[in-house]
Write a protein that binds this ligand. Structure first.
Ligand SMILES: [Ca+2]
Length: 292
């Protein structure tokens, strides 16, 4: 009996040992599992923190992007407004361009018309210029004719005047001289020829040469006054008539007792020489005579 109890106790002890070992092993396994779970939780918490940080970062990026989007939207609106304004300006410029094109066309039409007018006027100017040249030629021809006729008239007048004047003076002088000679005879005066010195002294003292030549006081008047003064000195003085081809002239002369005949120009007191065919005062002498 004791042995059976011992065996039962041994068996119970073995069963209990086995149960204990099993319980310890189970406990160790649970402990390991718990440790593993704890490690997993810790890892998951770390992941969670990482994810939260990333979420926060992404939130910040989202805000930044939203700000950028808003800014870009504002810029887009502004650019749209500018584009609208520019489109309006383009339309305005296009309108102006059309207006200017129309004005240009109008001006070109006017220029063309004016060019036609200028061309027409130039033709008229050319025609008038030709008429003017033709008239100038006619005027020149007529002026030449007038000058020629005037020259003929002047020549005819001078010739007639000179001839008439010479004849008139000669006639008057002859009559006057005859009357003078008569008077002298009646009064007992006798004229004589001066000496050369007397003649020169008289010429120098006489003032006839200081008279002024005018239309009414000509060469015959100088000679007549000079002769009168000579007569008052009792000097015989000759009236010299000189004929040119188309005019005439008169001067005085003395037949000096010692030096012979001298001719005096009473307008300037010069002693001159005369001969037919020679020049006097720039004209050829065609005839010459002395009335004593
Ligand atoms: Ca004099």
């Amino acid at each position: 009996m004791v042995e059976k109890k011992l065996v039962a106790v041994v068996l119970i002890c073995v069963v209990l040992s086995v149960g204990l070992v099993g319980a310890v092993m189970a406990l160790n396994q649970k402990d390991n599992e718990l440790q593993t779970k704890t490690n997993q939780i810790s890892a998951l918490e770390n992941d969670k923190l990482t994810l939260e940080t990333q979420a926060s970062n992404m939130q910040s990026e989202k805000l930044t992007l939203e700000t950028q989007v808003s800014s870009l939207q504002n810029e887009t609106t502004s650019l749209n407004n500018e584009m609208t304004a520019l489109e309006t300006q383009v339309l305005s410029f296009q309108t102006k361009a059309t207006t200017l094109e129309n004005e240009k066309n109008t001006l070109e039409t006017q220029v063309s018309a004016l060019q036609t007018n200028v061309s027409s006027l130039q033709s008229e100017v050319d025609s008038l210029e030709n008429d003017k040249l033709s008239l100038e030629t006619q005027i020149s021809s007529l002026q030449n004719e007038v000058t020629s006729l005037e020259s003929e008239v002047t020549q005819s007048f001078n010739l007639g005047y000179a001839e008439g004047e010479t004849e008139g003076h000669q006639l008057g002088y002859d009559e006057g001289y005859a009357q003078c000679a008569e008077d002298l005879t009646e009064n007992g005066w006798v004229l004589r020829d001066p000496t050369y010195d007397e003649a020169m002294a008289f010429i120098n003292s006489d003032k006839t040469d200081e008279n002024e030549y005018t239309d009414d006081y000509v060469c015959y008047d100088f000679t007549a006054d000079f002769s009168d003064k000579a007569f008052q000195m009792d000097y015989r003085c000759g009236f010299v008539y000189i004929e040119f081809s188309d005019s005439a002239h008169a001067i005085a002369c003395f037949n000096t007792t010692d030096m012979g005949l001298i001719y005096i120009e009473p307008q300037n007191d010069e002693i001159v020489t005369l001969a037919i065919g020679q020049q006097y005062l720039g004209y050829i002498i065609v005839d010459l005579g002395i009335i004593w």
